[in-house]
Design a protein around this ligand. Structure first.
Ligand SMILES: NC(=O)c1ccc[n+]([C@@H]2O[C@H](COP(=O)([O-])OP(=O)(O)OC[C@H]3O[C@@H](n4cnc5c(N)ncnc54)[C@H](OP(=O)(O)O)[C@@H]3O)[C@@H](O)[C@H]2O)c1
Length: 280
C-alpha cells in the first residue's frame, strides 16, 4: 500500500467492490470522493473518517450530473489523483430474450458512463499533468458466455475504449488500468437483472445457468474473489511506479482469460495464410 496519502474518486461506492475500495483507502489514510446513487449507506463512514470522505449522489447514467460531480470534486478537493470507474450491473438471459430497455441500460451504465467519466475528468487530469484512471472491467471483457452476451459486449467495449487511450493519454502522464475480476463475493448476483425466459432456451446452457443464478446467495457463496483483497491489489497496481495495463483478479479470472487468449491466438494463426491472400 502506498505510504503517501492520495485523493481517489470512485463510482458505485455504496456496495461490493466500490465499497471495499472506499473503506480500504480510508483505512490507509487516503482521501476518497465516494459517489453513489444513494449516499445514505456512506453516512457511518463519514462519522469515522470525517474530512477524508467527500460524498456526492451520482447515477452514472446521468451524464450532466456526472460532469457536475467530477468538476465539483476537483474544485473542492483541489486535486484528484485516482479515478476508479466501478459502477455496473449484470444482465442475464438469451440474446433473443432481452428487452430493448435492458440492453440500453447495460450499455448506458457499463460502457457509456465510463467513457463520459473519463471525458469529464480529462481536462482536470491534463491540467494536473498526472493522474490514473482505473476501469473495472471483468474477465467477461476477454471471454464470452452463453446467457451473458450483452454484459460481455459492454465489458469488451470498455476494453476497446481504454486500450485505445494508453497512447493518446501518455503525453499527459495519465495512466490507465483495466481490472479484470472473476466472480466476487459482492451483491452483484443479488442485483442481477434477468430476462423473461423463452421455452426454447430452457434445456440448453442458458436455461441451465438461469436455474443456477436463481439462487444468488449460493452463487455468491461459490464466488471466488474477496472484495477487500481485490481492493488492495487494485490500489497497489494503480499506485505502482509502472501500473499494469490489465489486472486479472481471482484464480477463476486468470484461468478463464488464459484459456480464451490461448484459444484466440490459435484461431488467429490458423487464418495466417488466408490473410496473406487478400493484400492488393
Ligand atoms: N461481482 C462479480 O462477480 C464481478 C465480476 C467481474 C467484474 N465485476 C465488476 O466489478 C464492479 C463492481 O461490481 P460488484 O461485484 O461490486 O457489484 P455490486 O455489489 O452489485 O455493486 C455495484 C455497485 O455499482 C452501483 N451502480 C449500479 N448501477 C449504477 C448507476 N447507474 N449509477 C451509480 N452506481 C451504480 C451499485 O449502486 P446501487 O447501490 O445504487 O445499486 C453498487 O454500488 C462492476 O464493474 C462489475 O461489472 C463484478
Amino acid at each position: 500500500m502506498t505510504p503517501d496519502p492520495r485523493t481517489w474518486l470512485i463510482t458505485g461506492a455504496s456496495a461490493g467492490l466500490g465499497r471495499a475500495l472506499t473503506e480500504t483507502l480510508l483505512d490507509h489514510g487516503h482521501r476518497v470522493a465516494a459517489t453513489a446513487r444513494d449516499t445514505t449507506s456512506l453516512a457511518p463512514l463519514k462519522d469515522i473518517y470525517g474530512q477524508h470522505l467527500w460524498t456526492a449522489e451520482l447515477d452514472v447514467t446521468n451524464t450532466v450530473r456526472l460532469r457536475t460531480v467530477v468538476d465539483t470534486a476537483f474544485q473542492e478537493l483541489t486535486r484528484v489523483d485516482h479515478i476508479v470507474s466501478n459502477a455496473a450491473f449484470g444482465l442475464y438471459g438469451a440474446a433473443e430474450e432481452f428487452d430493448d430497455q435492458s440492453i440500453r441500460a447495460v450499455f448506458d451504465t457499463n460502457l457509456v458512463a465510463p467513457i463520459h467519466l473519463l471525458r469529464a475528468a480529462l481536462p482536470h487530469l491534463r491540467r494536473q499533468r498526472s493522474g490514473h484512471f482505473t476501469q473495472i472491467s471483468s474477465a467477461a471483457g476477454q471471454t464470452g458466455m452463453a446467457g451473458a452476451s450483452v454484459y460481455h459486449a459492454a465489458k469488451w467495449g470498455v476494453e476497446g475504449f481504454f486500450e485505445s487511450l494508453h497512447d493518446e493519454l501518455a503525453p499527459f502522464h495519465i495512466g490507465i488500468t483495466l481490472v479484470e475480476p472473476g466472480t466476487i463475493k459482492s451483491t452483484f448476483f443479488n442485483r442481477l437483472r434477468v430476462s423473461e425466459p423463452l421455452d426454447a432456451y430452457q434445456s440448453g446452457p442458458v436455461g441451465e445457468l438461469r436455474r443456477y443464478l436463481a439462487q444468488p446467495d449460493t452463487v455468491t457463496a461459490n464466488s471466488v474473489g474477496d472484495p477487500k483483497k481485490m481492493a488492495r491489489a487494485i490500489i497497489e497496481a494503480a499506485t505502482a511506479a509502472t501500473s499494469p495495463r490489465r489486472l486479472p483478479l481471482g484464480s477463476d479470472a486468470f484461468t478463464a482469460i488464459d484459456e480464451a487468449l490461448t484459444g484466440r491466438i490459435t484461431e488467429h494463426r490458423a487464418q495466417h495464410a488466408t490473410a496473406q491472400t487478400t493484400d492488393h
